[in-house]
Design a protein around this ligand. Structure first.
Ligand SMILES: Cc1cc2nc3c(=O)[nH]c(=O)nc-3n(C[C@H](O)[C@H](O)[C@H](O)COP(=O)(O)OP(=O)(O)OC[C@H]3O[C@@H](n4cnc5c(N)ncnc54)[C@H](O)[C@@H]3O)c2cc1C
Length: 282
């Protein structure tokens, strides 16, 4: 059960809109049946592989002690330096097998490495990381209200790596990442692979590493899917199917996840939603 901001499926289920069985189990009167609401949960799953670096050129040591004090001074005086950078400086896209119409894995490179990713604590030695994420995963999860109380959270089932293709793409994507980091161009920087480390060799090893270390990279969408079929949640004008007034304009309306980071597409959806509302107000 996850606390945090209320998302459209939870708000609607608590209003009696959604899958009738789920709403009844919450003890709420069903006002409008929308069986697809809260299903089709899509997200990007990401694993972080990291290496120890030979030279002190990474954020790990530059964001501590005297180095950090210097960075603060530099930023204050020149508005330059590491405090002006986001952590993900380099992105890449690859095809993990022949015959794919487009790339299916995205990389995020960072000149930093976590000792504890969940608590955002960096390693005390120089390090670098590559985040490996599969684009357009086939696995589908769900998000639903967990209780009738809007403040106690919801039940999220991401269902990461449920589809065979998703497992294959992640394993191949991580293998290619290791090949990239093994290139001579990185000899001057690469000391040794720390995570998953040289003992990770077989597909089973890679998959076990992904399951144990992977996490969301916060590109959740799809749970109020736009469409014209009976299972869709909103229509092409962003209106909730079968109800005239409410509209939804956020990441949840994407029928499928886009091939990359979601923020720009959400801005586009919001702009389109504003246009639709204004055009009807005229
Ligand atoms: C840590 C993180 C890093 C990310 N990095 C990137 C990135 O680098 N590039 C990129 O493209 N995408 C990135 N994303 C993804 C991107 O931010 C999301 O796809 C996008 O913000 C989703 O927009 P949204 O409108 O659907 O939801 P949100 O941005 O979550 O907006 C929902 C809004 O509704 C409000 N709200 C919630 N409940 C209620 C309520 N009951 N009443 C009124 N208001 C309410 C919330 O306060 C919030 O303002 C990142 C996401 C996260 C979490």
């Amino acid at each position: 059960m996850q606390p945090g901001p209320r998302k459209p499926p939870q708000l609607m289920e608590l209003s009696g809109i959604g899958n009738p069985q789920i709403i009844r189990e919450l003890g709420i009167e069903v006002r409008h049946a929308l069986p697809g609401l809260g299903e089709n949960y899509l997200d990007y799953f990401c694993t972080g592989m990291n290496w120890r670096v030979k030279q002190p050129v990474t954020l790990n040591e530059q964001t501590r002690g005297l180095q950090l004090a210097k960075a603060v001074m530099r930023y204050a005086v020149t508005r330059q330096g590491i405090l002006t950078l986001g952590p993900g400086l380099v992105h890449g896209f690859v095809r993990t097998r022949e015959g794919l119409a487009g790339t299916d894995v995205q990389y995020f490179f960072m000149h930093a490495s976590y000792a504890n990713a969940a608590e955002r604590i960096l390693d005390r030695y120089p390090g670098m990381t590559i985040g490996v994420t599969q684009l357009r995963p086939q696995s589908r999860g769900s998000i639903h209200a967990g209780t009738p109380d809007p403040y106690t959270g919801r039940v999220i089932r991401p269902n990461f790596l449920a589809a065979e293709e998703d497992r294959r793409a992640m394993v191949e994507g991580m293998k290619i990442a290791r090949q990239i980091f093994d290139q001579p161009a990185l000899d001057a920087f690469r000391e040794r692979e720390v995570s998953p480390g040289p003992d990770c060799r077989t597909d089973e090893d890679w998959l076990a590493f992904a399951r144990a270390n992977g996490q969301t990279i916060y590109h959740i969408c799809g749970t109020c899917r736009m469409g014209i079929d009976p299972g869709s949640v909103i229509d092409p004008n962003l209106r909730v199917n079968g109800i005239s007034n409410p509209r939804i304009a956020d990441a949840s309306i994407m029928p499928t996840i886009i091939s990359g980071n979601t923020q720009a597409a959400v801005f586009m959806i919001a702009e389109k939603g504003a246009d639709l509302i204004l055009s009807e107000a005229k």
